[in-house]
Design a protein around this ligand. Structure first.
Ligand code: MTE
Ligand code: MO
Length: 513
């Protein structure tokens, strides 16, 4: 290899490194400023959020299927990789045609600036982190470029190489340090977490009936009938969890009503509270999946507030909106009938965890979360399905989402090896607000056998089931199907989650011996 080629390759490498280093310090500066002035305007988070909103639903499906609740970490990693590649290319461009690479990096910052400003709930300084990132990127790249030797045919002196390495590494390290400080600063603005932990929720005027001792069969590996908050699945479009101080929280009820109603936190808490167990489920939950959980919710019935507003008889839907712009369309009868749809403030005896909607969310028995369970809810618009369309419906999902009859095998797990002899097959079954009457199980296409059902908490919750099994050596396929309280048998016809929920029988293969 000639000296000239080595030199050119070397300078290209250095240009790429300069681009990467400039991007690192820019992201660090942007994130640090965001952490201080407006955490939700973090450039990485707003770009990620924009991508989530733009993504077609098959991509969202694939992300949840691949990464489950780690979908957000996967997205941020993906953005970081793309950004790194673009930054390296920008460095090379800058070396070829001065200013071209700076334009690319500056444009990325400007993009973050614009997306942060058009985001619902954007604060007065939403533009600042993107602007800082853009300026720092351009200045850093131009300065670093001066230390890249552009002279071809001349081997860079070791002295110059050392100077370049020192500068690029130093600038990149500054970026990483800024990112770390941003993380710490974000942690320090945990004041909302402090407000939350200091809260004392009122006692319910109507407490939940105690859970029967027989509701939990206590089988190892079987999901507990009440899901602890820390284990509760989380699905939402919020890369940064909204932080709402209850003192600032307000809910507006408007649209097709006789009179608008506005209510704040103190007034909501002064209203009679009730507690009920409700199992939430995500429409993206595949057959056998775990995007489902059951909690004891404390809240005030939505129907009371709707009655206060006086609903127009022509209205057939309530569009609920969260502080971050997510919307859900809920059929009005599900909010006004006797099913106790709640404006919930408590989850299993604690204030709602921040990621589950603090301070107030909706909980509606019988409907998938995407059409009912709005977290960080701040607005209820009484309207009609032919006048308004909610977040996931504009992305191809059904406008109504009643939960389908489903059952799942938890024990034994797929591909688990089982000792021969007497053992147990166990799982969960649900069709919220309808209820489950029975579960049947079959092994290797044998006859369907009735499983023993645990005592259900209510028709609004899932129920555990079990079936004793004498396992013989070999490979076995276990299937289950539920029968609803209305007498329907769970269909064997498989369907993907889109557009209105997965269906089909859960099937696991196990090896005995
Ligand atoms: N603000 C907001 N609320 C939301 C969502 C969201 O993206 N944003 N996702 C909904 C969906 S799809 C589901 S399944 C439930 C999940 O509630 P959880 O995270 O508390 O389990 O929240 C619903 N409420
Ligand atoms: Mo969902």
């Amino acid at each position: 290899m000639s000296h000239a080629m080595t030199a050119r390759r070397g300078s290209r490498l250095r240009a790429a490194a300069a681009g990467l280093s400039a991007a690192a310090v820019a992201v660090g500066a942007g994130e640090l400023v965001a952490a201080v002035v407006e955490p939700a305007a973090s450039p990485m988070a707003v770009i990620g959020g924009g991508l989530i909103d733009l993504a077609p639903s098959w991509a969202k499906d694939a992300a949840i299927a691949l990464f489950g609740t780690g979908d957000k970490a996967a997205l941020i990693t993906g953005i970081a990789i793309v950004l790194a590649v673009v930054a390296a290319l920008a460095g090379i461009l800058e070396a070829r045609r001065a200013a071209l690479g700076s334009v690319v990096l500056g444009a990325l910052g400007a993009l973050a600036l614009v997306v942060a400003m058009i985001r619902p709930g954007a604060g007065p300084f939403a533009w600042l982190p993107g602007l800082i990132a853009a300026v720092v990127a351009v200045v850093a790249l131009r300065l670093l470029m001066r230390t890249v030797q552009p002279i071809p045919y001349v081997r860079t002196e070791p002295e110059e190489r050392r100077r370049f390495l020192l500068w690029t590494a130093g600038v990149a390290a500054t970026g990483v340090a800024a990112l770390l400080i941003a993380g710490v600063a974000r942690g320090a603005t945990r004041s909302i977490e402090a407000v939350r932990s200091a809260l004392r929720l009122p006692q319910p005027a109507r407490p939940a009936a105690p859970v029967a001792a027989g509701a939990d069969l206590g089988i190892q590996g079987l999901a507990p009938v009440v899901t602890p908050n820390a284990e509760f699945y989380r699905i939402d479009t919020a890369l940064i969890v909204p932080r709402i101080d209850p003192a600032d929280w307000r809910l507006r009820i408007h649209g097709m009503v006789e009179r608008e109603v506005e209510i704040g936190w103190d007034e909501l808490l002064s209203l009679p509270m009730q507690e009920s167990h409700v199992t939430l489920a995500c429409v993206s939950n595949p057959v056998g999946g775990d995007l489902i959980g059951n909690a004891r919710w404390l809240g005030h019935p939505v129907r009371e507030l709707l009655a206060r507003a006086g609903v127009d008889p022509d209205a057939d839907m309530v569009l609920s909106t969260s502080s971050d712009g997510f919307t859900a369309s809920t059929p009005i009868e599900a909010l006004t009938d006797d099913r106790d749809a709640l404006l919930a403030v408590g989850m299993n005896g604690d204030p709602l965890p921040l990621e589950h909607g603090f301070p107030v969310r909706m909980v509606v028995p019988g409907l998938y979360g995407y059409v009912s369970a709005t977290k960080w809810v701040t607005d209820l618009e009484v309207t009609r399905f032919d006048r308004a369309t909610a977040y996931w419906t504009t992305r191809g999902w059904s406008d109504r989402g009643p939960i389908k009859l489903q059952s799942r095998i938890d024990v034994p797990r797929r591909s688990q090896s089982v000792e021969p002899g007497d053992t147990v097959i166990a799982g969960m079954a649900w069709q919220q607000h309808v209820g489950v009457e029975g579960v049947e199980v079959r092994v290797d296409d044998g006859p369907w056998q009735a499983a023993e059902l645990a005592t259900a908490i209510s028709a609004d919750t899932w129920v555990q089931w079990r079936l004793p099994w004498t396992a013989e050596a070999g490979t076995h396929t276990i299937e289950c199907r539920a029968v609803s309280a209305e007498g329907d048998t769970q269909t064997s016809e498989p369907a993907a989650p889109a557009p209105d929920g997965a269906q089909g029988w859960h099937r696991v293969q196990v090896t005995v011996g």
